[in-house]
Write a protein that binds this ligand. Structure first.
Ligand code: S3P
Length: 439
């Protein structure tokens, strides 16, 4: 799909965000191994989460879509009888969270399974999961000397380990916690920097014995199945990030994103934009289902360049492409470092973000672990492409809203991975379609 986008004359409205992708994956997986039934409301029906649902169905969990708005799911957990051997290869599609979390879970189940994904996922590193799982006694093999999917997993009794993660990755941490639930003895993990902690929060709420102090986690194995947990899934701040940046860089903008998760392990985008001079206000702050939630208002802002490195990086890891757009529109220089992980996302996001924004007139230098963005060059419409990467497609659309002239985004359908209603919401905010209510 090719999408044409013109510069917007104004951006105004309220947006009901899709459910958080990370929380949706975890609520499906953990409730599938729990005892009892759970209702998930406002789950994300994006392609990545549908991959997780299909894999869990193939493993014997019964998952029903509820005819509700926002979308709901009923998960009938397999906790007491256990998961079953899948009769075919499991397909994680484009989703790193699906393949990594399920590899941890499957390593401890008493059966054989194979899991794979699309071209992008089959090029992403899996050795980081396989190596510590092997230390736990797991039998997992992969292509490329056990570094790439497809992965073959022969479930084994596992033992807990004490392990320092080489990267701040919530996917890796969660894979090891899922394996640790079924291991003998405690699993003790230390992260180099704090990554998103949704797995820890849900596990605690479902009765697991888990203790977390900063970057250290100790998990004791399950003595009985997890308790099913109903979850009202908050809006995805990583989806809201596109509107936060669009609102900040557009000269005539006022946008409110509603019911948005503001878990501190995810709010780096708010810190970064505020440090750049973004006019952002948190309204109606509350806690729902163990996760902090707020409405967030953004208005047209005069942004200035900043430096983003170190501990903030895991807290903005998915928002860096759209922060690069903000940096293009900011006065002065923005330096992003310590973000080499971007090279192994759905695309090499340092290379693809730099290349596509340069086509729109941006001045960006690529670094091995980040970018230097020289802001203040007016963006101009261009023919750009998403490289099949949902976050790049949406970031380029945001850039197009302030660029002079017309932009075309090739492979724009990639947004369905995490934000199927993205193009409708964009049209509503620009006044080209009804759907997002005006302020
Ligand atoms: C995710 C963790 C992050 C993030 C991804 C979702 C998760 O990946 O980039 O979009 O749900 O755990 P890493 O944990 O590999 O950094």
């Amino acid at each position: 799909m090719i999408k044409k986008i013109e510069r917007a004359s104004r951006l105004e409205g309220k947006v009901a965000l899709p459910g958080d992708k990370s929380i949706t994956h975890r609520a499906i997986i953990l409730n599938s191994i729990a005892a009892g039934d759970a209702t998930l409301s406002n789950y994300l029906p994006g392609a990545d989460c549908l991959s997780t649902i299909n894999c869990l169905r193939a493993l014997g969990a019964a998952i029903e879509e509820l005819p509700s708005s926002p979308p709901g799911l009923m998960v009938h957990g397999a906790g007491t009888r256990g998961l079953k051997e899948p009769v075919n290869v499991l397909d994680a599609g484009n989703s790193g969270t699906t393949i990594r979390l399920l590899t941890g879970l499957l390593a401890a189940q008493p059966f054989f399974s194979v899991i794979t994904g699309d071209d992008s996922l089959r090029s992403r590193p899996m050795g980081r999961v396989i190596q510590p799982l092997r230390l736990m006694g797991a039998q997992v093999w992969g292509r490329g000397s056990d570094s790439l999917a497809p992965l073959a997993i022969k479930g084994q009794p596992l033992k807990g380990i004490t392990y320092s993660l080489p990267v701040a990755s919530a996917q890796l941490k969660s894979a090891l916690l899922l394996a640790g639930l079924f291991a003998q003895g405690s699993t003790t993990l230390t992260e180099p920097a704090l990554s998103r902690d949704h797995t820890e929060r849900q596990l605690r709420a479902m009765g697991a014995r888990i203790r977390q102090e900063g970057k250290h986690i100790v998990l004791k194995p399950l003595s009985s199945p997890l308790k099913a947990l109903d979850v009202n899934i908050p809006g995805d701040l990583s989806a809201g990030a596109y509107w936060l940046v669009a609102g900040a860089i557009h000269p005539k903008a006022k946008i409110v994103i509603l019911n948005c998760g503001v878990n501190p392990t995810r709010t780096g985008i708010l810190d970064a934009l505020t440090a750049m001079g973004g006019k952002i206000r948190l309204l109606n702050q509350r806690t729902e289902g163990g996760e902090p939630v707020a409405d967030i208002q953004v208005e047209s802002s005069e942004l200035a360049g900043t430096e983003l490195r170190g501990e903030i990086i895991p807290r903005i890891i998915d928002e860096i492409p759209v922060l690069a757009v903000a940096a293009c529109c900011a006065r002065g220089k923005t330096v992003i470092r310590d973000a080499a992980e971007l090279r192994v996302k759905e695309s090499d996001r340092i290379a693809t973000t730099s290349a596509e924004l340069r086509k729109m007139g941006a001045r960006i230098e690529e670094l091995p672990d980040g970018m230097i963005i020289h802001g203040g060059q007016p963006l101009k419409g261009a023919a750009v492409e998403s490289h099949g990467d949902h976050r790049l497609a949406m970031s380029l659309a945001v850039a197009a809203l302030v660029a002079e002239g017309k932009t075309t985004v090739r492979d724009a359908g990639a947004v369905s991975i995490s934000y199927p209603a993205f193009w409708q919401h964009l049209e509503a905010l620009t006044g080209h379609r009804r759907g997002a209510s005006p302020l």
